[in-house]
Every structure is written in structure tokens, then in C-alpha cells.
Design a protein around this ligand. Structure first.
Ligand SMILES: [Zn+2]
Length: 100
């Protein structure tokens, strides 16, 4: 919810700057799409740094056949979207498998 509010504020701010009409304007199509996107995902999204920090743990749990999507849904969600982190995850997986 925090991020949503932040973006709302950000967009609201820009909008006011662009068009000096009252603040009662409807959200733009772009804005609505973005809000819909946000509400479809979790309230909070992790950054790459945060995912990197959790990735060891995530990889270990996954290797133990734990339901990581359930235990760490935000990490799973990020990996689904982010190629960089998915690559990192693959590397960690191969390291872990090599170490066993
Ligand atoms: Zn990432």
C-alpha cells in the first residue's frame, strides 16, 4: 500500500504541474493501468538488492523442495519478472548442486 500511495502522490504531483486544472481530474489511462498492475501484485515489491539478499535462503529452501512460492512469494514474484535476478538464482542453484 505504501508504494501505491507513493506513486499516487508522484503522479498527482506531476499532473498538477502539467495541467493546472483542478485536482479533481480522473486518473489517466496510464495511471489506471499502473494501479491495476500494482493491485494485481502484492502491496510491496522487492528491489533487486533485497532479492539478492534473500536469494541464498530462497535457493536453499527450493533445493529442499520447500514451497518457496508460498514461503517467499515476493522473491518468487520478482524472479518471475526480473531476468537479472533469475540469472543469479540459476547460478546459485548450480553452485548449491555442485556443492552437494
Ligand atoms: Zn531483480
Amino acid at each position: 500500500m505504501k508504494i501505491t500511495q507513493f506513486i499516487q502522490r508522484l503522479f498527482g504531483f506531476r499532473k498538477q504541474k502539467l495541467s493546472s486544472e483542478g485536482a479533481s481530474a480522473n486518473p489517466s489511462e496510464k495511471m489506471r493501468k499502473m494501479m491495476a498492475m500494482l493491485s494485481n501484485t502484492q502491496d510491496v515489491e522487492l528491489t533487486c538488492d533485497e532479492v539478492f539478499a534473500l536469494l541464498d535462503q530462497f535457493t536453499e529452501l527450493a533445493a529442499q523442495d520447500e514451497d518457496v512460492a508460498q514461503l517467499m512469494p515476493l522473491v518468487q514474484q520478482h524472479l518471475d519478472m526480473c531476468d537479472d535476478c533469475r540469472e543469479e538464482y540459476k547460478v546459485l542453484q548450480s553452485i548449491l548442486q555442485g556443492a552437494v
